[in-house]
Structure formats: structure tokens, C-alpha cells
Design a protein around this ligand. Structure first.
Ligand SMILES: [Zn+2]
Length: 317
């Protein structure tokens, strides 16, 4: 099958007939961005096209230098460039996150960006495309890992029981996405827990609310805070987390599919919660899509390629 109308370039994935890049990591003229995480867009692009949720989050993130021209297109709305028709479908990863469905000369391609097929309190639920997919370009972050994701609610419940009495918990989270998911999960379990956050996390609260998501009540880490009967949970972005974990004053855990436990660095626990599919969920997703060809990107995908060969799914070359 001719898949050479989408090519991997140093800037990102180029959709050749349209002259547009998907999720470029370098400045380009025109980019379609799947979601607002930093490894999926470059602020130096001339024009960025995304869902309303993605563009609202990008406007919060890009506030230095010359801003790109932003164009918003809602989910499930077709738009055409150079004969290629593009449609955004919800990806279930963070607010506004989209899989990009493309058709050109009768060929149908799905690019997942980052996606999550499980229920998620802080993202629009993933929607599968209709009809046959000739080529699936998929993220494969955890394709070779044995990390198994339980429900985040169960994971939190068992973590909470491990917090020593009277000791605050410190969670390492990415400021956009993981933080808001954790806030909602903590408060849904027990409203008596007190959540303190870094301003980098709090800056997204208003955008989330404007998009119809309610992460829940939090307080700035350094300011006066109310008394609560439950645990005190401090949420910090990675750099601040690592610094604070070293003090030994907290029951510290990084929230991720990757195991970051390190007693010497003060990281004593692990919260196995990810907004990416674990290996089993990734394989189930691919089997459900049942594509003509598979093109895994991001991560160590050789185990996934071996699995695809066993299943008789062709690999894009
Ligand atoms: Zn992401």
C-alpha cells in the first residue's frame, strides 16, 4: 500500500499533498496539533490548527515571543487541504485531545497522537472512527513495558492507605493533564483531603472550567490554607517534586506508568496512573481498529512490531 503521502521528517510527520505537519517539534508554516502537551507542538509555528480545547490550552502555554495564528476546528468537522480531508476525533487523553483521521484518494489513515481508551474524568471520551482504516499511526509509549494499569480510583485508594499517619503526601505530576486528573480522583474519594498545588498547576484551572471540566478545589502551596480532617496532598511538577522529595518530609510518589521509585532521592512510592494505554490496552485498541497496516511511533516499539507480525497486521515501511 502506498503510504508515502505521509512521511516522517525531522520537523514531524508531513502530510505531503497538504504541505502540513502533524505535531511538529520544530517551527513550520502550518501545523495540525493533536493536543497541548509540550512534545506535540512548537510555539514558533506560523499557524496552528487544533480543537477549541487544544487552542485554549495552547494560549495559556504560549505567552512569550510572537504567538502563532491559531485556528480552531471542532471535533467531527471535516476540513480539507491539498485534497486531504482531516477530521478530529476525541482521543480521551486531556481536554481537547484529538486523533486525526485523514482521507486522500480513497485511503484512510488514523493518527492517534497520545490517546487513552479508558474512562477519564478530565477528557472527552475517545471515539473510534467508522469504517476500515488502511493505516494506523499510533503512539506506543508503553508497548514494551509490563506496567499494568488498574482503575485510577483503586490505585488511589490503595496508595492513600499507605500514607503514614500525620505525614503529608507529595505527588509528582505533569502540570497539565495528570495534575487535574489526580485532583478530581482525590476529591471524588474523600472531600476531607486538602490539596496544595504549585501555581503552574493552578494556572490551568480556569481553562479547564471554561471547557466544562471541574478539577476541584485546591490551594496555593505557600499560602494560608484551611484545616481539613483528611490527608494533606501536595501536587508538584517534576522539578519541584524532586527537590521537595529529597527533604524526607513527605510520603513521595511520582504519578506515571514509569516506576520512578528511588529511596535515596526520597521517592518511596509509585502511583501507577497514566493517561496513555498500557500494553494490553494498546493491543486491544489496535485489534479493535484492525488496520490494514500499522506504523508505531514514540517509545520502544519493537515488541509491538513483533506482536503485530504474529497477528498478521502488516507494518508500514
Ligand atoms: Zn500527551
Amino acid at each position: 500500500m502506498a503510504t508515502d503521502w505521509i512521511q516522517a521528517k525531522p520537523e514531524g510527520l508531513l502530510v505531503v499533498p497538504a504541505g502540513i505537519y502533524l505535531d511538529p517539534s520544530k517551527p513550520v508554516q502550518q501545523a495540525i496539533v493533536s493536543h497541548a502537551h509540550g512534545d506535540h507542538f512548537h510555539p514558533g509555528c506560523k499557524e496552528i490548527i487544533g480543537t477549541p480545547g487544544t487552542i485554549a490550552l495552547l494560549k495559556t502555554r504560549i505567552h512569550q515571543g510572537k504567538s502563532p495564528i491559531f485556528k480552531t476546528l471542532p471535533y467531527r468537522t471535516e476540513f480539507t487541504f491539498g485534497g486531504v480531508t482531516f477530521t478530529f476525533l476525541p482521543a480521551g487523553h486531556i481536554p481537547g485531545s484529538a486523533m486525526i483521521y485523514m482521507t486522500w484518494q480513497g485511503m484512510r489513515v488514523l493518527y492517534t497522537g497520545d490517546f487513552n481508551p479508558q474512562p477519564h474524568p478530565m477528557a472527552e471520551p475517545l471515539e473510534y472512527p467508522e469504517g476500515h482504516i488502511d493505516l494506523l499511526i499510533t503512539e506506543s509509549t508503553f508497548s514494551g513495558k509490563t506496567f499494568t494499569q488498574l482503575s485510577p480510583e483503586e490505585e488511589w485508594k490503595s496508595f492513600r492507605e499507605r500514607i503514614p499517619q500525620g505525614m503529608p503526601a507529595l505527588l509528582g505530576v505533569y502540570a497539565l493533564g495528570k495534575a487535574q486528573r489526580m485532583i478530581r480522583t482525590i476529591l471524588d474519594h474523600d472531600l476531607q483531603d486538602l490539596i496544595l498545588v504549585h501555581p503552574f498547576i493552578q494556572q490551568y484551572h480556569e481553562v479547564y472550567q471554561s471547557l466544562g471540566f471541574q478539577p476541584g478545589e485546591v490551594y496555593p502551596y505557600r499560602k494560608k490554607r484551611p484545616e481539613r480532617k483528611g490527608h494533606t496532598i501536595v501536587l508538584m511538577p517534576p522539578t519541584f517534586f524532586r527537590r521537595m522529595a529529597q527533604s524526607g518530609k513527605y510520603h513521595a510518589a511520582f504519578v506515571s506508568g514509569w516506576d520512578k521509585r528511588n529511596k535515596q532521592a526520597g521517592i518511596v512510592d509509585w502511583l501507577k496512573i497514566s493517561d496513555h494505554p498500557d500494553r494490553q490496552q494498546l493491543c486491544a485498541f489496535i485489534e479493535k481498529i484492525n488496520p490494514g497496516h500499522l506504523w508505531p511511533i514514540h517509545g520502544d516499539f519493537s515488541p509491538l512490531e513483533a506482536w503485530a507480525k504474529e497477528k498478521g497486521i502488516g507494518l508500514a515501511t
